[in-house]
Write a protein that binds this ligand. Structure first.
Ligand code: GSH
Length: 190
């Protein structure tokens, strides 16, 4: 949203090896934290909504705004489920592969199916983006959620025909492409 609205900001990434020290300086030992003139803001969903309101990425319609909130919360839940159950042993604790790996994989795929069924059902029919002709915070979060799932489950990109069309619209959008090009890699190089 900062990049798309051409707003200056400082993006501070903490290196894995520095985290145990830096963690102690944070109120809850967790990231992300948004530093604003008003103070510190914690929790992904309100951070996204605060920035969306300030930078012009909230849907106009009240119902759409509530759907957007719901999508943001569900996307966050899916991150937590996959993070705790799958990505943790794939990338961080490689020698702690769970004994019930087949069930873990099955559950992860079921959760992706369940969450994407819900999130894609929120789209207004016939629109380029979720809630109209303009990208909102929910589109950006949904895109990042697709990418997150694709690290392990690349078939997520073709989950249903609405998602396939919508991904095309997102990746054809000049401002969104500017954001995609601006990104640095993740800590594991993906
Ligand atoms: N509910 C919180 C969860 C935050 C969270 O779990 N953050 C993780 C990274 S995504 C973290 O800081 N982990 C570091 C740690 O637990 O030491 C949110 O949505 O912001």
């Amino acid at each position: 949203m900062f990049i798309m609205s051409q707003t200056d900001f400082k993006d501070e990434r903490i290196k894995f090896q520095d985290w145990s020290t830096r963690k102690l300086e944070t109120p809850m030992g967790l990231l992300p934290i948004l530093e604003t003139e008003e103070g510190q803001l914690l929790q992904t969903v309100p951070i996204n909504n605060f920035l969306a309101a300030r930078l012009g990425f909230l849907p106009q319609d009240e119902w759409d705004r509530c759907q957007s909130d719901s999508l943001l919360i569900h996307a966050n839940e899916l991150y937590e489920i996959l993070g705790r159950r799958v990505y943790i042993y794939l990338y961080y604790r490689k020698n702690e592969v769970p004994n019930d790996i087949i069930d873990v994989e099955k559950e992860a795929k079921y959760k992706i199916m369940q969450y994407f069924t819900l999130m894609t059902s929120m789209a207004r029919p016939g629109c380029r983006f979720l809630f109209g002709e303009k990208i909102t915070v929910a589109d950006i979060v949904l895109y990042c959620t697709v990418e997150y799932c694709c690290v392990r489950y690349p078939e997520t990109r073709t989950f249903n025909s609405w998602l396939v069309d919508w991904l095309k619209h997102m990746e054809q959008d000049a401002l969104f492409c500017k954001y995609l090009k601006s990104r640095s890699g993740t800590c594991n190089g993906t």
